[in-house]
Design a protein around this ligand. Structure first.
Ligand SMILES: Nc1ncnc2c1ncn2[C@@H]1O[C@H](COP(=O)(O)OP(=O)(O)OP(=O)(O)O)[C@@H](O)[C@H]1O
Ligand SMILES: [Mg+2]
Length: 347
């Protein structure tokens, strides 16, 4: 069932230049939906319209099938967690978490029960009497989460809540959020420009570019079946290599007639120091750089068709100089002149 539906949504801050135009999006009940895309593509704008903090120029937003036209943010059964935790500096952790509940006119006993449950979920039991200034960034972010949890919303909206944290804490809170989502069974809508965050936490990813949805899919489908070149390049580090189709035709390969681009992931490619036989793509190149990361080696290889990045897990001795890049036929992706995925090999 759909929890949140955006229908024909247009948003123009400035009359002549809408940042979002005729957007249609359905967010599944209970999903962990990630709005992903480059800076400025409209992620926060979409989230803020769902929250009711920003008014849509045209179209309709429904939550649980009910139109949100004229419904105040406070009446939408949602809680929002921002990038800067926005805690009240003069209140203790308990005070910060309790504040919203007092506003909701919830009685003391119920408030205490909810606070206890929430701090346990985020591991803050021992910090209830601390002031925010005496907490680490990660702890502050947990207070912000607890403050959202106690309201028992059916929708959690989060706008880059991890971007102020160092990478280790980010990784930790990422797993906390996955666990929290499973425990609460609520619908999460999470904004980020970080594809690793999106892939690791999301059950559904909405990939956006210039206010438009380029692909709405599971993380697995985004990785395995990118709908277009933008999607192919956005997911994965390093991103998918995209070559002109003539690179394959000159190598004597059969390719779909209308294909204009071919793609393969860095991890789908092998580096061989001398040409080997096989049915896939064979491409000559010169190794430019080689980074040993322990469990894998990253290569940049210059070919006649541009630079190719390779992630080699073979553990073979280092290659340098002239090499042959090998890609199995079933690891190749094909795109047409509009950069859209071609599904059938012969299409
Ligand atoms: N209050 C505003 N007034 C005018 N233009 C705005 C306003 N807020 C956002 N915009 C513009 O709308 C577009 C989308 O902005 P938005 O904040 O939604 O992007 P975003 O995807 O969240 O980007 P980021 O990843 O940088 O946070 C941008 O071009 C931005 O400049
Ligand atoms: Mg934003």
């Amino acid at each position: 069932m759909d929890k949140i539906v955006l229908e024909h949504i247009t948003k123009a801050y400035d009359k002549n230049a809408p940042v979002i135009e005729d957007l249609n999006l359905s967010i599944r009940q209970g999903s962990f939906t990630v709005l992903l895309g480059p800076s400025g593509c409209g992620k926060s704008t979409i989230l803020r319209m769902i929250a009711g903090l920003e008014k849509e120029t045209a179209g309709e937003i429904r939550i649980d099938g009910v139109s949100m036209k004229g419904v105040d943010p406070g009446d939408r059964q949602i809680a929002m967690v921002f990038q800067n935790y926005a805690l009240y500096p003069t209140m203790t952790v308990r005070g910060n978490i309790e504040f919203g509940l007092i506003n909701m006119k919830i009685d003391k006993a119920e408030r205490n029960r909810r606070i206890e449950e929430a701090v346990q979920m985020v591991g803050l039991e021992d910090y209830l009497d601390r002031m925010p200034a005496k907490l680490s960034g990660g702890q502050r972010q947990r207070v912000a989460l607890a403050r959202a949890i106690v309201k028992k919303p059916s929708v959690f909206l989060m706008d880059e809540p991890l971007s102020n944290l160092d990478s280790k804490l980010r990784a930790q809170i990422r797993t906390d959020l996955i666990e929290l989502h499973r425990k609460l069974g609520a619908t999460f809508v999470y904004v980020t420009h970080d594809q690793v965050e999106a892939m690791s936490m999301g059950t559904d990813i909405v990939l956006l570019e210039n206010g438009q949805i380029r692909q709405h899919d599971t993380p697995d489908a985004l990785y395995r079946e990118p709908a277009n070149v933008f999607s192919a390049r956005f997911i994965g580090t390093p991103p998918m290599n995209i070559l002109p189709i003539r690179a394959l035709r000159q190598a004597g390969m059969n390719t779909p007639l209308i294909a204009m681009h071919a793609g393969f992931r860095p991890e789908a490619c092998r580096v061989e120091s001398r040409p080997t036989a096989g049915s896939g793509l064979r491409l000559a190149g010169q190794v430019v750089t080689r980074e040993n990361l322990g469990d894998q080696i990253l290569y940049k290889v210059q070919t006649d068709f541009g630079m190719v990045q390779v992630k080699d897990f073979s553990g073979r001795p280092e290659a340098y100089g002239q090499v042959t890049l090998c890609v199995d036929p079933d690891r190749l992706h094909f795109f047409d002149g509009n950069e859209c995925r071609l599904t059938e090999k012969g299409a």
